[in-house]
Design a protein. Structure first.
Length: 224
């Protein structure tokens, strides 16, 4: 049993009941909110561990709810959307969305996504992450491969840490660029590509067949 509180925000009461049932079966403590305003109120009162938020709702839509949630907290957010366009994903990532589930979806998939996002959050507050022979110590800002310290530049380390703190989650190239280099480098995606390659040469056994930093073509990069 996990006991994490998951706030479900949707205007479809039948779907809310089904979502709550599956979350409860998976060991989570579900809270339900019928609409954006109710969701914001419950988020403030209950301080959930994660929010599942529908995009298309009357009155206050999911985008506005997400924006207001982010102004108040860093609670992880999974968006439910009927759209799969890259624009919507990029818009959500800029607002601080942690993951997407596109309708129609299976309840098992959503439960799995909830678990994955909560696992990433635990990595974010941990002191280090280990992946096979690679260890990243966030406190010491030290990277080791097979017990040997790897010499990284500050930018290489910041890029690796950003990816590692979002393990198993693909980060858009533009988001990495803004996080590591700053908004003034918008559009200069060649910086990300160049530093990903230099990182791979230092931490991968075979940079041409990477196991730690994977490429999602046309979208971004993922640390595994």
């Amino acid at each position: 049993m996990t006991n994490e509180r998951v706030l479900l925000i949707d205007d479809d009461e039948t779907l809310l009941e089904l979502l709550a049932e599956h979350m409860s079966s998976a060991g989570y403590l579900p809270l339900t909110a019928n609409g954006g305003l109710d969701g914001l109120r419950q988020a403030a009162e209950a301080m959930p561990d994660l929010v599942v938020l529908d995009v298309m709702m009357p009155g206050m839509d999911g985008w506005e709810v997400c924006k207001q949630l982010r102004e108040r907290s860093y609670v992880p957010i999974i968006m439910l959307t009927a759209k799969g366009e890259e624009y919507d994903k990029l818009r959500g990532f800029h607002l601080g969305v942690d993951d997407y589930v596109t309708k129609p979806f299976s309840f098992a998939e959503l439960v799995a996504r909830v678990g994955a996002v909560l696992s990433r959050v635990s990595i974010n507050i941990s002191k280090q992450v280990t992946s096979n022979d690679l260890t990243i110590d966030f406190d010491e800002r030290r990277v080791m491969v097979a017990g040997e310290v790897v010499d990284l530049t500050p930018t290489e380390y910041q890029l690796l840490e950003t990816l590692a703190r979002n393990a198993n989650h693909t980060l858009p190239t533009d988001a990495l660029l803004a996080e590591v280099w700053g908004s003034e480098y918008a559009g200069e995606t060649k910086h990300v590509k160049q530093y990903i390659w230099t990182l791979r040469k230092k931490i991968e056994a075979d940079p041409g067949d990477p196991k730690h930093i994977r490429t999602e073509r046309g979208f971004g990069y993922r640390f595994e």
